[in-house]
Write a protein that binds this ligand. Structure first.
Ligand code: DC
Length: 231
């Protein structure tokens, strides 16, 4: 059967990854979490003294970009791919608040974006891929057959992330998370390179009041429609 490219963009913590992963699993496509790649570069920067508070040693990071190898490997326990940084599983480490609070600074750097976009495009060369992020439908795969732009209110998104961290046993402060969500929205929408915006041909999905199951059904319908159109 003909394979298509699926781009899922939107605001942080609006459940993009869950819906993208579930769809990929259901239709047998590769799933790539592009945010995890920016998170891995951020973790590398923290661990290698490139990031000190909000100060980035840009020259050092530029020189070391070639030493940063990000890969994804299927985890049979979770049924989902884990992120590896230089062959080390960093799936948990990249989801901490420490990384979340710095990732927007790193993902705003032009040379970081260029390197990540090139890797993402190579991963999608053969189609049959679901990728989620901020610039997938606009920059990475402007010709993707199916583009979805997801949004939900900042409060609902902060509540979801709060529950997620609590479930993992991490200490979480709702106000701090809400501020982080709002701050990231602002930076993502206002950065110079590839700001977060809906592609003209993307379908808008506000999932504030939707359950994961409703979302799953909706997304599968969109997928089937596109497959039928492209047959
Ligand atoms: O989806 P996420 O919250 O894991 O993404 C982490 C950060 O990476 C987010 O603040 C924005 C950035 N990002 C990006 O700039 N471009 C992408 N394609 C994906 C994520």
């Amino acid at each position: 059967m003909k394979k298509i490219t699926i781009a899922i963009d939107g605001f942080s913590s609006c459940g993009k990854s869950t819906m993208a992963k579930d769809l990929a699993k259901e239709v047998g496509y590769i799933y790539i979490d592009s945010g995890a790649m920016y998170r891995a570069v951020t973790l590398y920067s923290i661990e290698n003294n490139i990031l000190d508070g909000d100060n980035i040693n840009v020259d050092k990071l530029r020189k070391e970009m070639g030493n940063i190898c990000i890969t994804f490997h299927f985890n049979p326990e979770t049924g989902r791919p884990d992120t590896y940084l230089n062959n080390v599983n960093v799936e948990s480490k990249i989801r901490t608040m420490t990384v979340s609070s710095k990732v927007s600074l790193i993902s705003a750097l032009d040379f970081v974006r260029e390197a990540m976009v090139a890797q993402q495009q190579a991963m999608g060369e053969k189609k049959g891929i679901v990728m989620d992020g901020r610039d997938i439908g606009t920059t990475v795969f402007p010709n993707a057959e199916l583009k979805i732009f997801v949004t939900a209110s900042a409060e609902i998104r902060a509540k979801r992330r709060f529950e997620e961290l609590k479930a993992k046993g991490e200490t979480a402060n709702f106000e701090e998370i809400l501020n982080n969500v709002k701050q990231r929205d602002y930076i993502d929408q206002h950065r110079e390179i590839s700001p977060l915006r809906k592609a003209d041909d993307a379908i808008l999905l506000d999932n504030s009041e939707m359950s994961i199951e409703q979302q799953r059904t909706w997304l599968l319908e969109q997928f089937q429609k596109k497959i039928n159109e492209t047959l």
